[in-house]
Design a protein around this ligand. Structure first.
Ligand code: PMP
Ligand code: GLN
Length: 382
């Protein structure tokens, strides 16, 4: 058995969703909306299954989708991407990440990772032979400094894996942070793999800035997006990878032997969706922002110490004021009684974890959020 995977626990997202089902808890753990998602996009997928092409689509993705991705990122992020040589469709951002790490890392290369990090990153880096170098981010601001980067980068750094907006922190990194990171990538000749799956889910008028657009980064950035997050259809697993042709050459070789392709009907529906008018994207953000505000206000009324969330489906609560110091144990109890599933943020650290922060998913109907708040009120009354 390969030692990276042999002893790994089941992912915390699956574990908490299973516990939520077992205990009939309100599931604010794993990040998925409880709304069925945009009907027109789902109809397109259904029509494409019935009337469309259901054999292997092209390895790089159907041309309509690659063109739609190029137009979409031109419209929203001012990027000029060539659909033929700089865009590839993958089966979700997860495949894009796995493929990028396999394609870019040689055994022994160092990879800079920011903790808290999405739980797939570290095993994938290790399996590719990469040696992790961690930057530790801490609440309440989760920001990094020049000294943090200086301690993590070295002449052996090959890749930096950067998630913006950051799951689970809900923080959005802006121009200054990106410039600092870019300066290190350039100085150490590293490639930035940017997990930007949350790029459309940002609040309070914030707009996503891709690292790829910064001076000197066009040739050394792999940008990754996910239709699952853009259309609130997390089960769809349609991802996109954007990179300069010299990087894409290797990335596509990894992709061709991981999944090779992605279901053509979903690709057709995503191509349609990416072209939807601005009102769809504004409305989607406004709905999630309203859910965030409702849940944050409710938590505040109950006296919980809530951290700022500027993006993603998540908001974090500091449990130290409750006298708690073990977020995993706290979440295990919470899911049983009063019956709310959440995610311990320590699961996103490989070492020296922050153990006093718990993540809740607010991408839910008002009734779901209210039911969770009612249960959390019971906890506070004890
Ligand atoms: N990266 C991050 C930061 C995520 O939060 C997620 C899932 N929510 C993914 C990657 C995986 O995306 P996909 O479902 O498209 O594989
Ligand atoms: N990205 C989702 C989250 O952060 C979970 C995805 C998964 O379950 N693999 O909750």
């Amino acid at each position: 058995m390969n030692s990276v995977f042999a002893n790994l626990p089941t992912t915390i997202f699956d574990t908490m969703s299973r516990l939520a089902r077992e205990h009939q808890a309100v599931n604010l753990g794993q990040g998925f909306p409880d709304d069925p998602g945009p009907l027109d996009v789902r109809r397109k997928a259904a029509e494409a299954v019935v009337d469309g092409w259901n054999q292997y689509p092209p390895m790089m993705g159907i041309p309509e989708l690659r063109q739609a991705v190029a137009s979409h990122y031109k419209r929203f992020q001012g990027l000029d991407l060539d659909p033929d040589s700089e865009i590839m469709v993958t089966s979700g951002a997860t495949e894009a990440l796995a493929g990028a790490l396999m394609a870019l890392i040689e055994p022994g290369d160092e990879v800079v990772l920011f903790q808290p990090m999405y739980d797939a990153y570290l095993p994938l880096v290790r399996r590719a032979g990469g040696v992790p170098r961690f930057v530790k981010l801490k609440p309440p601001h989760w920001r990094f400094t020049e000294a943090d980067l200086a301690a993590a980068f070295s002449p052996k750094t090959k890749v930096v894996l950067f998630n913006n907006p950051l799951n689970p922190a809900g923080v959005v990194y802006g121009r200054e942070d990106l410039e600092l990171l870019a300066s290190f990538c350039i100085r150490f000749d590293a490639v930035a793999v940017c997990d930007e799956v949350w790029e459309h889910v940002m609040f309070d008028g914030l707009r996503h800035q891709p690292l790829l657009a910064l001076p000197g980064m066009r040739e050394r950035t792999v940008k990754i997006g996910s239709a699952g997050k853009i259309f609130s259809l997390t089960g769809w697993k349609v991802g996109f990878v954007m990179a300069a042709p010299h990087l894409m050459k290797s990335l596509s070789k990894a992709h061709q032997f991981i999944t090779f392709t992605t279901p053509p009907n979903l690709q057709a529906a995503v191509a349609y969706g990416l072209g939807k008018d601005d009102a769809y994207f504004t409305g989607m953000r406004a709905n999630f922002q309203a859910s965030r505000d409702r849940f944050v206000a409710g938590l505040g009324d109950l006296g919980f110490s809530v951290l700022t969330s500027s993006g993603s489906y998540f908001v974090n609560v500091d449990i130290a004021p409750l006298g708690e110091s073990d977020d995993a144990a706290f979440c295990q109890r919470l899911v049983v009684d009063p019956g709310v599933a959440a995610i311990p943020v320590s699961a996103f650290y490989a070492e020296d974890a922050v153990t006093t922060v718990v993540r809740f998913c607010f991408a839910k109907k008002d009734a779901t959020l209210d039911a969770a708040l009612e249960r959390l009120a019971r906890l506070k009354k004890r």
